[in-house]
Design a protein around this ligand. Sequence first.
Ligand SMILES: [Zn+2]
Length: 114
Amino acid sequence: MSPDAVGRDEDFQKLFPNEYMVIRMKHTKGKRNRVRSHHALRATHYAVCGHCGKEVLPHVMCQNCGYYAGRQVVDVLAKLDKKERKKKEKELHEHEEEAADKGKELSAEELSHK
Ligand SMILES: [Zn+2]
């Protein structure tokens, strides 16, 4: 390379500091597509709360009733005021009754089928 060419090269690097990087890091379309083949998002899977029956993230306390692994971890009623607490208590109690009724019905049906 002539000294003149080296000078131009330095100017080019000053103007476009990233241009050389692009050439070195260039990947083929196949490489790009192989990498992107693992970028798809999956749908979130939910478990059902054993206490109130709402959808919950697995291995996470239920945000609705504060139960985890069959026991109460957080008192969800503690921070609510009187009116909201009454409403929430009623809601949670309804779920408990529904769950109990369903359990009875299912066992009766199962017995009749068998
Ligand atoms: Zn729950």
